[in-house]
Design a protein around this ligand. Sequence first.
Ligand code: FAD
Length: 258
Amino acid sequence: MWVHLPRTVAEAREHLGEGAVPIGGATLVWATWQRDGFPEQAMSLSRLPQANVVGPEELGGAVVLSRIDGQVPHVLRAAAAAVGTGAVRRTATVGGNIAGSALRCLLPAALVLEARATVLAPHGVYETDLAEVTAKRPVLLGLRWRTPVASAYRKVPAEASGAPPLVVATALHAETGTATGAAPRAGHRLRAAVRDGYDVVTATVTCGPDAARPMDQLRGTPLADVPGAWDLIGEQVAMLVAAASAEGKAADEPRRRD
Ligand SMILES: Cc1cc2nc3c(=O)[nH]c(=O)nc-3n(C[C@H](O)[C@H](O)[C@H](O)COP(=O)(O)OP(=O)(O)OC[C@H]3O[C@@H](n4cnc5c(N)ncnc54)[C@H](O)[C@@H]3O)c2cc1C
C-alpha cells in the first residue's frame, strides 16, 4: 500500500482521482485491511493545512480528537472528549469519526452547531451538509459553523459491547427575526440532537418573547419519543435558556452537565 501525504488540495484531488482511499488514524480500517487486504493507495490529510485547523468556527477533517480544545464550542469539545479511550482520541480523526465510523459521537454536536462540511471530490472542493457526508462519505476536509450563544453535550455511560449509548446535544443560536409588520427583534434558535441507536434525531425550535416555551415546542417533535432522552433535554434547555438571559456577559462559556 502506498500512503500519499498531500500538502495541497490539488495534490489531494489528484490522488483521489487515482483511487487513493482516505485514511485518518487507521483506528478502524487497520483491522479490516489486515483481514481483507490493503488497498493499493491511501491518502492521509495530516500534512494538508486546510484539514488541520482548529478554531472557534472551524475544525479540520484530519484533526485528531485529542487536539479538539477550548477554541471550539463546548458541545464539540465535550463530544470529542467522550470518544473511546485516550489512545483512540490521540489517533482517531474528525473525518474518520464523522464520515467513516458508525458511532459518530461528534455528529450530534456538529448537527446542533448547524455545521457545514467542506469536502473533496475528484472534480474539486465543495460545501455540503452533514446529511450528504454521512450518506455518501466523501473526503471530509473540514467543518464550519457560527459560534453559538451556548451549547451542551451529554453521553450516557454504557457497556462497551452494548447498544450505542444515548447522546443528547443542544446549542442555542442567536438570530434576528422579523415579525410580520413589525420591527426586527432579537430571538434565539434552539437546536437539539439525540442519538437513538445509530440514528441521530434533530429538532429546531425558537426561543423568544413571542415563542412558546422551548420544551413545549420540543414535546411535539420525535425527540420526545427517544427513551431516556427527555429529562436530559430538559436539563440542557434550562441551562441554555439561562445562558440566553445572561447573553452578552459571556459567549458560549461551557455550561456543562457531563
Ligand atoms: C476502542 C475504540 C473505542 C471507540 N469508541 C468510540 C466512541 O465512544 N465514540 C465514537 O464515536 N467512536 C468511537 N470509536 C470509533 C473511533 O472514533 C473511530 O475509530 C474513528 O472515528 C475512526 O477514525 P480514524 O481517523 O482512525 O479513521 P480510519 O480508521 O483511518 O478510517 C475509518 C474510515 O473513515 C474513512 N475516513 C478517514 N478519514 C476520512 C476523511 N477525512 N473523510 C472521509 N472519510 C474518511 C476511511 O476511509 C475509513 O473508511 C472507537 C474506536 C475504538 C478503536
